[in-house]
Design a binder for this molecule. Sequence first.
Ligand code: PBG
Length: 344
Amino acid sequence: MGRVSLPDKYTTNMSEQLRRPRRNRRTAAIRAMAQETQLSVEHLVQPLFLMPGAGVSLEVASLPGTFRLSLDHLLQEIESCMNLGLRSFIMFPAVPEEHKDKTATYSYDPGNFYLQAARAIKQRFPECCLISDVAMDPYSVDGHDGLVQYGQIDNEATLPILARMGVAQAEADFDMLGPSDMMDGRVAALRRALDAAGYYNTGILSYTAKYASAFYGPFRDALDSAPRDEAGIPKDKKTYQMNPANRREALIEAELDTLEGADMLMVKPALHYLDVIAGIKQHTSLPVAAYHVSGECAMLLAACRNGWLDYEKAMPETLLSIRRAGADVILTYFAKDFAERNHM
Ligand code: PBG
């Protein structure tokens, strides 16, 4: 039968194939020139879990290869990362139960081991970038990021606590603060408090679009920070973390964080929210970060340990995909592994 007639630009019959995309894939050198997205250690942030005491190294059962470390071990870990060119870190504290209370007072206690560790790290490695976590959950008996009052998360009562925590962290020499709590107005509250205390050089990496996700499990195991299962305490974080079904709402959060003075905008989780990363990237001129969270890393590790996937290939492809979606910065538990494999 006769040919279907197509507009001119598509008329390439088999003997006249003018455009051949495979030419740009022919050799490694050509492929490298044509590569649209680059992934290097400069883009990565290594999460670290800090324990009090000395000589402590406890593997997180649900995230093999990730350890909760006391400061002595943590300093060694940072040193080995720095030697690989990996120099950005986000640190979380595993706070002993006896330091937890309703209002997270330990978060700004001058004797706090997390604040002391930050000071020691920045003293020893002034050229590293050290990022904090601003939220109540590691310090809260309720296991929520905000203050629980009458069975609800009280937004306004939480802000001054976060601001006080943030100023204490700036004082401890963190380079950037990472508000992960999702309270309304927290970036502005932090920015104002920091500026008032003279810490106008301390940055804010805001968890802009943080979803109420099932993929934080291993992290909550590591810190023992899951919402406490008790009457009067909300069972989940759905009244502050975002609904996984929503994408446009992330743009509202991005706009607010920008107006409130955030220096970088983060999407979390990363892999299951690549469209959100791409959407925010399109709407902002600020650097965009993505948190490749514990459960997302655990999934890949489980498949690799089972022999179902090849870690050496699946791990870098995963990180590259997050970059391709638009992330300038990736927080991932694989940062050091990547740095080890790409060290020259
Ligand atoms: C809590 C916080 C969480 C993570 C970072 N900060 C857990 C939560 O919101 O319950 C998760 C990170 C990860 O899973 O890797 N402020």
